[in-house]
Design a protein around this ligand. Structure first.
Ligand code: AMP
Ligand code: ZN
Length: 464
């Protein structure tokens, strides 16, 4: 069985072969830390978490790098607006980002380079490009990349220079030799964050940051590079130009791009204002179930298909997830190693190995869940848990998960005392006081608690 991954460069699913067999270097473009991430950003980061988990589950040794962009116009603007220092803003936003990722259940990357700590490698890269005639100083003091002098420009986004040129607005930037050239190093204006350099005080362009950090962390050629669909052009195209222009080697073997999360027909985005932050969404979900529920919602479609955000779909994802956990609660799993020749495991693997085809992989899990419910085999239940675990799902204690973050109530908690109401209802049923038993069920239901009567007079409860 071999893993095939859709490569944005070839526009095909190609068998995945890392440069060094068994070892994978993955670079994912991380957030610009001026504000909290929204659920669209969370989707892209969840997709690459899935990729890392699956690669590791199938035996690859993965070095996962996801950067933090902590220097940018928006950052400077926001710090000014809030009257705080840039460091204060980026530190706090980075801490929030990590907390959001933890709530979503995302793995921490192996390295999380911050742009402002890589100014040296960035300037080295600019000097290297200049020595090859690919970078020049513009009339305004900025340093630009000479796009027309790099022969492969446009190969990722399949644009040719003349089309690009025709699409350019005519506002001619006299600082550049060619309108398509992009900035590598921006000369500082008074009061702006800057670093000294032989080009004068300034700061790096966004594209330069990723090329320098990826090169420093993972070498000249990296196996996998990812981000959201919108990064393909110009960001990743420019990364290719810089990195390949300097090294003369292929920069990335496989480019992966995650499709958007939309609000209605539009991409969720900060600039359109049509967004929910991940933390806001999580705050409105059950504290125990919410992180896994949101991640499940973000990942249950194929990563190359767009998803529409809605409360209804989010609830639906929660219901499905609880269905899996209910099977695990009913049939306690035994710990098993995965036998990939088992038909369920094989179907699941074939789907995941086929460019991370989650809808098909999840169908295999649904089928397995049905079999667990019917046959009540602790081995199969164990397989369900283990397969879910390869992609970061179904690892919580089923009882605790299904009860959710509702406190069991009791004196002074302001919540119904669930345990004693359940006991009272059991007693009422025993004494054939069905009206009282029914009233208790309704009272709990109104508080969001669902009761399930089990054989032997036992009653279990969980949060709706
Ligand atoms: P940014 O901080 O805007 O650079 O975004 C961080 C990551 O989230 C990038 O990989 C973007 O491509 C990705 N992204 C932004 N908006 C969306 C969206 N609506 N759906 C999915 N990914 C997105
Ligand atoms: Zn990047």
């Amino acid at each position: 069985m071999t893993l095939a991954i859709h490569n944005s460069l070839s526009r095909r699913k190609d068998p995945f072969e890392p440069l060094v067999p068994g070892k994978v270097g993955l670079y994912v473009c991380g957030p610009t830390v001026y504000d909290s991430i929204h659920v669209g950003n969370a989707r892209t980061f969840s997709v690459f978490d899935l990729v890392v988990r699956w690669l590791r589950a199938t035996g690859f040794e993965v070095t996962y790098v996801r950067n933090i962009t902590d220097v940018d116009d928006k950052i400077m603007e926001r710090a000014r607006e809030r009257g705080i220092g840039i460091d204060e803003l980026t530190e706090a936003t980075t801490a929030n980002f990590r907390a959001d990722c933890a709530r979503l259940g995302l793995l921490a990357p192996d390295a999380e380079p911050r742009a402002t700590r890589y100014i040296g490698p960035m300037l080295d890269l600019v000097a290297h490009l200049e020595s090859k005639g690919l970078a020049y100083r513009g009339a305004n003091g900025d340093v630009f990349f000479a796009v027309r002098d790099f022969p492969g420009y446009g190969k990722l986004s399949r644009r040719n220079l003349d089309d690009l040129r025709a699409g350019e607005r005519v506002a001619v930037d006299t600082a550049k030799r060619d309108p398509l050239d992009f900035v590598l190093w921006k000369a500082a204006k008074p009061g702006e964050l800057s670093w000294p350099s032989s080009y004068g005080a300034g700061r790096p362009g966004w594209h330069l940051e990723c090329s320098a950090m990826a090169g420093r962390e993972l070498g000249a050629t990296i196996d996998l590079h990812g981000g959201g669909w919108d990064l393909q052009f110009p960001h990743h195209e420019n990364e290719i130009a810089q990195s390949e222009g300097a090294s003369g080697k292929p920069f990335v073997r496989v480019w992966m791009h995650a499709a958007f999360l939309n609000m209605g027909d539009e991409k969720m985005s900060k600039s359109l204002g049509n967004f929910f932050t991940a933390r806001d969404v999580l705050d409105h979900l059950d504290p125990v179930q919410g992180g896994e529920q949101l991640r499940f919602f973000l990942l249950r479609g194929h990563y190359r298909s767009e998803v529409a955000f809605s409360r209804e779909h989010l609830d639906e994802a929660g219901t499905t997830l609880r269905g899996f956990y209910t099977a695990l609660r009913e049939v306690p799993p035994v710990a098993v190693g995965i036998d990939w020749s088992d038909p369920h495991a094989a179907r699941f693997r074939a789907a995941m190995d086929d460019d991370f085809d989650m809808p098909v992989a999840l169908a295999a899990l649904h089928e397995l869940r049905g079999e667990v419910n019917r046959g009540r085999s602790p081995q199969l239940s164990g397989l369900l848990k283990a397969l879910g675990g390869t992609i970061g799902f179904l690892q919580q204690d089923p009882e605790a998960f299904l009860k959710g973050g509702v406190s069991a109530g009791g004196a002074n908690s302001g919540q119904p005392d669930v345990e004693s109401l359940v006991a009272e209802r059991t007693a009422a049923k025993k004494s054939r006081d069905f009206a009282r038993a029914d009233a208790i069920r309704k009272e709990l239901e109104a508080a969001g608690i669902v009761l399930e009567d089990k054989p032997g007079g036992l009653t279990e409860w969980r949060k709706k």
